[in-house]
Design a protein. Structure first.
Length: 243
């Protein structure tokens, strides 16, 4: 509440930890309506006491509020600082922290859905499940060693190997997803330029591994730009065959 007062907001009504206020920004912006969400415990995104200010989606207003907050003692967060704090507070694991970057950098719906799924724990939950299963298997193996002189079999060798193999395959798949997310998915554009009939189209076909451009001994065969997208060693590239 003291933070809200120092920012110059006057509470109009309070519902739990939500305070609806009028934020005084001075001329020419005047007073703007905001909703201040006070998190006094570990329920916030970072797991620390915090105050969120929700208001109109206007860049000048947001900049003015941020400037006012800094004026009364706040500071601008460093890139990734909130996610780092959330990770250190145990609010998310490494795969979820990495997924935050995926949400920010997503350029299409498929990438966004993948990042949101990872953020929701689609990678963390299988790993936690595998850890629990491995501990169960370890307990069975240790029990078998403790009672090796007894005619007791806690788990069949073939069943043990089959379950370990299934876990290994799942972990390999999860690792592939993480490596794919870590790769740079930006597209590199390469233009093939040169004199007519210098072999640019033939070079393009060799690079992409198929007959993407028409090749002929007659100069000037390529009149329009031929664009071909490929993926080489995990990197997206687009070759442009020019005239």
């Amino acid at each position: 509440m003291e933070v809200a007062r120092s920012l110059g907001v006057a509470p109009s009504r309070s519902i739990a930890h939500r305070i609806e206020c009028m934020f005084e920004l001075g001329d020419p912006l005047g007073r703007v309506p905001v909703a201040a969400l006070l998190w006094p415990n570990r329920r916030s995104y970072t797991g620390q006491p915090s105050l969120e200010i929700h208001t109109l989606g206007s860049l000048p207003i947001l900049q003015a509020i941020a400037k006012r907050a800094i004026h009364v003692g706040a500071r601008a967060a460093r890139p990734g600082e909130f996610t780092l704090r959330a990770f250190l507070a145990g609010r998310m694991d490494l795969t979820q922290a990495e997924a935050v970057l995926g949400v920010i950098e997503a350029e299409h719906r498929g990438a966004l859905d993948h990042a949101l799924g990872q953020l929701a724990g689609n990678l963390s939950r299988p790993l936690e499940s595998h850890r629990a299963e491995l501990l169960d298997l370890l307990a069975d193996v240790e029990a078998g060693l403790d009672f090796v002189d007894e005619d007791i079999q806690f788990i069949d060798d073939e069943v043990l190997l089959a379950r370990l193999h299934a876990i290994a395959e799942s972990i390999t798949e999860t690792r592939g997803q993480l490596l794919d997310r870590a790769q740079d998915h930006s597209e590199v554009v390469i233009a093939l330029r040169g004199f007519p009939n210098a072999g640019k189209s033939r070079l393009l076909n060799q690079l992409v591994g198929r007959d993407a451009a028409l090749v002929a001994d007659i100069a000037g065969t390529t009149r329009d730009v031929v664009s071909v997208a490929v993926k080489l060693e995990g990197r997206r590239m687009r070759f442009l065959d020019t005239a």
